[in-house]
Design a protein around this ligand. Structure first.
Ligand SMILES: Cc1cc2nc3c(=O)[nH]c(=O)nc-3n(C[C@H](O)[C@H](O)[C@H](O)COP(=O)(O)OP(=O)(O)OC[C@H]3O[C@@H](n4cnc5c(N)ncnc54)[C@H](O)[C@@H]3O)c2cc1C
Length: 461
């Protein structure tokens, strides 16, 4: 019997028949995430465990048989992190979606990993609580995926990214052992922060089977402020000035190319002649949200905005936020697209925007830049005619140049989408050799046989 057959035999005896898939058509749909430009292969099977015990049994068998395992949440990733590799078993947690406990007194929720972000938000909302991290994909990404990519979102500029919400995790290790990491308390420094190490580890250290996440009371109602700029660099300068003085609960940017693509896809009256649009929200309590919004718009005026206004109209606010959330979907519909995800210190944002435009000119491609401006996190997305291979090759060069721009401005090659199999080489450029060695030794300690998501997240060494 081959090692793969031995593993599948254990899966057969552990899982219900309907929780194991080997049909090639279905396998294909679980073989890659939403990224373009990343490589993927067909797995030997996909399993859908429903409990920690089932995950542990499958992992112990995979370890014994040395079969690689690719953890998968909802497959909305944008870096190839959950793409299958040749001969791998995909372990998808989408059927582990129970909320296990909502603890109002201590302010946390414990949940299985497969639940969608927005489902969890709704669930805790019924108890008057709020789970802050809100990726634009919140309606179709899982909490386990959010933990493993350390996902950001629109309100993270004030309320923090996923890492800031993780109190504890249950993790199944590569050999099937189960451990509980982290704590229930707000403070706690006992031992290394192993839960923190798992956050953003892209399924290379263990399978997250439970997440204990910090909840907050619902924030006060937000005021929306909008500023239009002729020059995208001015929007970058305004962002840095705003963040030096205020704490908005959202500060998002769309450049002209993005506005055009979104408006093309779903006409909604966006100003497609604007060089850039900043959409901000303030939710400071005790009535000061309005004052903060006014000050924010004053800063935009001082930095060259051509038009500013505070939106009193909820429908308009929803429309603008919807436009921002739709940006990636609009690009997907437009043609071939290659989405980048870089972050720079906010003081370098204006420079980054200008240099990204230069990259577009140099390679004769369209680059739509949008993103979480308040975090310095940009998603320059290269659009080319569908099927135009020559333009596709130029897009790849532009993609690489954008990473270089970020690095040269003291930024990073990924702000929130992760390294996956798309940016391993770029990661080697960002980390020094000592850090690369440490990464390698940490991986070795957690997964000595290297069966967990091989070929992902770590630099090439
Ligand atoms: C339209 C659109 C908008 C987006 N907006 C944002 C945004 O605003 N912010 C943002 O950060 N991202 C965004 N993303 C990217 C994506 O949604 C996030 O990276 C998300 O966290 C991935 O979750 P997932 O459940 O789909 O994970 P997957 O894609 O299935 O997996 C992601 C990674 O996590 C690992 N993994 C998943 N579950 C587990 C688990 N239980 N245990 C161990 N490893 C696991 C996988 O191996 C992989 O490495 C967007 C994507 C799209 C398509």
């Amino acid at each position: 019997m081959t090692p793969e057959d031995s593993l599948m035999k254990v899966c057969d005896s552990t899982l219900d028949d309907r929780d194991i898939v080997t049909d090639p058509d279905i396998l294909r749909s679980y073989s890659r995430d939403r990224s373009t430009g990343s490589v993927a292969a067909e797995p030997i099977g996909v399993v859908f465990p429903r409990s920690t015990e089932q995950v542990a049994t499958v992992m112990a068998a995979a370890h014994k048989n040395r079969v690689p395992v690719v953890p998968r949440g909802a497959g909305s990733g944008l870096s190839g992190g959950s793409n299958a590799i040749e001969g791998s078993l995909v372990l998808c947690v989408e059927r582990m979606r129970d909320v296990l406990d909502v603890n109002l007194t201590d302010g946390y929720v414990e949940t299985q990993p497969g639940i969608f972000n927005s489902e969890l938000r709704e669930h805790v909302g019924r108890s008057g609580m709020w789970y802050a991290p809100d990726p634009a994909s919140k309606d179709f990404c899982s909490i386990g995926g959010n933990v493993n990519t350390n996902a950001g979102g629109l309100c993270c500029v004030k309320y923090g990214v996923t890492r800031d919400a993780v109190l504890g995790l249950e993790v199944v290790l590569a050999d099937g052992q189960v451990t509980r990491l982290g704590r229930r308390t707000i403070k706690g420094v006992a031992g290394y922060d192993l839960a923190g190490l798992v956050v953003g580890s892209e399924g290379t250290l263990g399978i997250v089977t439970m997440a204990r996440l910090r909840l907050r009371p619902l924030p006060p109602p937000a005021t929306t402020a909008v500023a239009v700029f002729d020059q995208v660099a001015d929007a970058g300068r305004a962002t840095a000035a705003i963040m030096a003085e205020l704490t908005p609960s959202m500060l998002e940017l769309m450049d002209q190319q993005t506005l055009q693509v979104v408006e093309n896809w779903r006409p909604m009256g966006l100003d497609v002649n604007a060089g850039a649009l900043l959409v901000a929200q303030t939710d400071s309590g005790h009535g000061s949200a309005l004052a903060d919004a006014d000050r924010l718009l004053q800063i935009c005026d001082d930095n060259g905005a051509s038009l500013t206004h505070r939106s009193e109209d909820e429908a308009e606010s929803e429309m603008l936020l919807g436009a921002r959330r739709m940006a990636i979907l609009a690009m997907e519909a437009q043609g071939d697209w290659l989405l980048d995800d870089v972050a720079v210190p906010r003081s370098r944002l204006a420079e980054a925007m200008v240099r990204i435009q230069d990259v577009a000119g140099k390679h004769d491609v369209t680059i739509c830049t949008f993103g979480h401006a308040g975090d310095g996190n940009l998603h320059p997305t290269i659009l080319t005619e569908r099927g135009d291979q020559e333009a596709g090759a130029r897009a790849l060069l532009a993609f690489d140049d954008i990473l270089e721009v970020a690095l040269s401005l003291d930024g990073t090659v990924t702000g929130e989408h992760g390294v996956g199999n798309l940016k391993r080489e770029a990661l080697s450029r960002e980390l020094d050799s000592v850090s690369i060695d440490l990464h390698s030794r940490i991986k070795q300690a957690w997964d000595p046989l290297g069966i967990l998501n091989p070929g992902k997240a770590l630099p090439r060494w």
